[in-house]
Design a protein around this ligand. Sequence first.
Ligand code: URA
Length: 195
Amino acid sequence: MYNNLNELRTECLSCQNCKLCEGRTNVVFGVGNPNAKVMFIGEGPGEQEDLKGEPFVGRAGQLLDKMLYAVDLDRHKNIYITNIVKCRPPHNRDPEEDEQTACIGYLRAQTRLLRPKIIVALGRIAGMKLINPQLRITREHGIWTYTKGIWMMPMFHPAAILRNPNQTEEAFRDFIGLREKINEVCPEVYSTENS
Ligand code: URA
């Protein structure tokens, strides 16, 4: 058991639970407000994230930050961002099942410590792991489910939006839906103490 995110991070930084530890520059644990009520979960670090040790700092991350900003969310103020796997899969391939299984304990522990009211799964891989193994992201993005006290929604991955810009409008609609859900279940996210 861990008392706080820093203790958990320290443990995670020396993890050798799967083969991804062999190629990493940095473990990418997570970034954000340790009291955040809204968590964003991607699939795994890419090259820039591995180099910097922070999730979503490459091109996709820059787009994510812009979309967050549009609904008054900020990784350094009122949300927390992490990934299903904390180490970069080689050549940006999808994280394999055994790697996800080896790493999921860290995500569960992060979730237990943060106790979010809302989780946004960024992309198909995170959506399948967290919401529904059969998830079809093109059909089910933006749809809320409620499980064990947490509202969950899959969204398009920002890298997918970069590849396919005609998804931008739908993606923005999902962010507007997110803002509405925040106002409904945890409006304190937008209170001044968090900004
Ligand atoms: N894609 C992800 O899923 N996570 C990151 O941290 C970066 C890119």
